[in-house]
Every structure is written in C-alpha cells, then in structure tokens.
Design a binder for this molecule. Structure first.
Ligand code: NAD
Length: 369
C-alpha cells in the first residue's frame, strides 16, 4: 500500500515521466525538473527523465488529449510529474476531446485511487491566508480523497429521454472504502494519529456503508483516534477551527470541495502540491492549480506548488525523505528571505518571476549541502 514503503522493493533506476501540459504547465514543470535534476546530482539518486504530450497540446499534435504513446510512457514510468491541462482554446471541444479528460484517463488507467492534498501554511506566509493568523499559524493538515470511484465515475449517468432531467450515480463498494481507509490510517499513524472520516451518513446510503467500513477498519489501528463528521459540518469546521484536524479521509466529491477550502488557508493556490497514488506507490504528482491562461507565457507563475509536488514524489514514490525535506527547507528559506511571486502578498521590490524564484530555491538548496 502507499506509504508502507520498503527501500528493497525500489528499483535502482527511477523513471520519471514529465507531462508539462498547457498554459503555465511547461513553465512550472521546468523549474521543478531543474530542481529534481539538481538533487539527483547531489545525492546520486539515479533518476531518469522523459517527457510526453498531454492535454490541449497533445490534442493539437495528435487529435487526442491522452495519446496512446503518452499512456504507454506513463505505464512504463515509476512516477509522473504533471503541470496542468486546459485552456479557453479547447473549451468548446466535445467532452471526449477536452484536455481534462486526460487527467481522468491517467487516474483511472493507472488506478491512482489515493489523492493526497496537504495544506501546510509556511510561517512566512501567515498573512497571505484568508483566515486570521491565530486560526492558521502552523497549520499542517492532510486531506486524503478517494479519486477513482464515487459519483464522478458511477454508472448509470445521463439524461432521461424526453425529459429535462439528468442523473449521476454515487457508488462505493467495501473494497474501495477499505483500501482508501488503510492509506488514511497509515498516514495518520505517521503523523499525529488523528483521523477524521467525512461523509453524509445522515442522508446517503453510500455514506452509511462508508462509515461502517471505516469503523470496522479502525479496530486494526488502535493507536489512531478516529472521528466521523458530516460533510457540511466539516466545511464549517475547516473554516472555524482548521487546526483541529490532522488527517481527513473522504470520498471523491466531498474531497474535491473540502480540499479547495483548505487550499485557501495556505495563502495561494500557487503553493499547493498534490499526489495521487496507486497500491504500488506509483504516483502522479501535480500542483493543485490549473493552467492559469491569464498569466501563461508571461513568466509570472508561482512554481512552488510544482516543486513541492516533486518533493512529494521523492518521499512517497521513492522513499527519499532526506532530499524531499531539503527541497521543502530550501523553499521555506526562500520565503523567509522575503522573496515572493506575484500571487503572494509581499513587498513589490521582492516580487520575482517563475525562473527567478526557481533560482532562489536552487541557491538555497545548494547552500544546504
Ligand atoms: P487556475 O488554477 O488555472 O487559475 C485560477 C487563478 O489562479 C488565476 O487567476 C490564475 O492566474 C491563478 N493561478 C493559478 N495557478 C497559479 C500559479 N502557479 N501562480 C500564480 N497564479 C496562479 O483555474 P481556472 O482559471 O479555473 O482554470 C484554467 C484552466 O485550467 C481551465 O481550462 C481548467 O479546466 C484547467 N484546470 C486544470 C487543472 C489541472 O490540470 N489539474 C486544475 C484546475 C483547472
């Protein structure tokens, strides 16, 4: 299972597939890849890199947002670093050709069922948070969202013929709940041993099963304190007292919404990394933000979420905790020095572009050696 990592199982050569995608994707991926290359050199990690097309840029070149060649390369890799996909140019395409279809395709083809979304507020960005400083100081919570089931994938879905009526189906089976539950209990064991399972068990039958399975599973993890919370209350509690949470586990739909709420506590969407893992620790790592067409090509994008995603890759897919921590420390140092990108609050003199802030992180990383 993810996190139950054994170094012996890891092959020597670690193949990373970079999928830059659209908009600011290539700009932020470039900075993250440069940093991965640097830690590769410093620590002799034996990382190798290849690149492929995805999203709108893949559609332009091949007529498909997720070409077979890209899928093959993704299957053959040990981890994927993805920038972002999408943009107004492709908004009118049929659903099957939309760039976002590539993400769903990669998630389901690689069975990336466990989505990790940490919301960590750097102490140097407390004033950038949308909540008061005393509510978010030292915030460090982890949302684990089930990613390949639930209402986004449930069948049947569609329109009722002749009626202005549409429907989707929310389905979870015991195995799906159990495997995401295990990931969450194991993650909680490695943190503050506090797990909150979020559902809507007062209304939805799916949630009643969810609660039953998670409760049963908790018997195997007696060291973890388990609580249950209804999703509407969880949304409120996240804004009222976010530091009460350590790890949250929830289904696909609720996780999508709750993790965006948590996102705003960390200052900017440009700071949020994510990881989606399968049961062999293979993962796709990507910033939470999209392709930001409004700033694409201007060199203004904040690359820190993508660099933090690369650090998560080293930790979760390769068990390389030390270089991952060093990357995080180099980012923290950069923020401590007062450097900011344009999406973050700070003095105008210390605002930097994508390349420049990437270079500051590199300089700080080299000084850590
Ligand atoms: P977005 O995240 O791209 O942008 C929202 C706002 O945040 C914009 O003002 C943008 O400039 C800013 N922003 C985002 N990332 C930033 C960064 N790294 N640095 C500085 N500012 C940043 O969301 P959107 O505008 O709703 O979507 C744009 C496109 O991205 C759409 O086509 C959407 O479908 C796609 N999208 C893709 C993903 C993904 O690839 N995982 C996720 C969300 C949206």
């Amino acid at each position: 299972m993810p996190l139950g990592f054994s170094m012996k199982e890891m092959k020597d050569n670690k193949r990373i597939l970079v999928l830059p995608g659209d908009g600011i994707g290539p700009e932020v991926c470039k900075e993250a890849t440069t940093i991965l290359e640097l830690v590769n050199e410093i620590h002799s990690l034996n990382l190798s890199f290849s690149e492929a097309l995805v999203g709108g840029s893949a559609y332009e070149a091949t007529g498909e947002p997720l070409p077979q060649d890209t899928l093959k390369a993704a299957r053959e890799s040990d981890a994927i670093l993805l920038g972002a996909v999408g943009g107004p140019k492709w908004d009118e395409l049929d659903y099957q050709y939309r760039p976002e279809r590539a993400l769903l395709g990669l998630r389901s083809e690689l069975d990336l069922f466990a989505n990790f979304r940490p919301a960590i507020l750097s102490k140097y960005l407390t004033s950038s948070s949308s909540l008061k400083a005393n509510k978010v100081e030292n915030l460090d919570l982890l949302i684990i969202r089930e990613l390949t089931g639930g209402i986004y994938f449930g069948e049947p879905r569609g329109r009722t013929e002749g009626k202005k009526e549409a429907f989707n189906t929310m389905i979870y089976n015991q195995d799906e709940i159990e495997r995401i539950g295990r990931v969450a209990f194991e993650a909680a064991q490695k943190r503050n041993k506090n797990l909150c399972s979020v559902d809507k068990a007062n209304v939805l039958e799916v949630s009643v099963l969810w609660r039953e399975v998670i409760t049963e599973l908790s018997k195997e993890y007696p060291d973890v304190r388990l609580s249950h919370m209804l999703v509407d209350n969880a949304a409120m509690q996240l804004v009222r007292e976010p530091k009460q949470f350590d790890v949250i586990v929830t289904g696909n739909l609720f996780g999508d919404i709750l993790s965006d709420i948590a996102a705003m506590m960390t200052g900017s969407i440009g700071m949020l990394p994510s990881a989606s893992l399968n049961s062999e620790n293979k993962g796709m790592y990507e910033p939470v933000h999209g392709s930001a067409p409004d700033i694409a090509g201007k060199g203004l994008a904040n690359p820190l979420a993508t660099i933090l995603s690369a650090a998560m890759m080293l930790r979760y897919s390769f068990g390389l905790d030390k270089p991952a921590t060093q990357i995080e420390m180099a980012i923290d140092k950069t923020l401590e020095q007062g450097f900011r990108t344009y999406d973050l609050e700070g003095s105008e003199e210390q605002k930097l572009g994508t390349r420049e802030i990437g270079q500051k992180v590199i300089d700080n990383l080299q000084n850590l050696k």
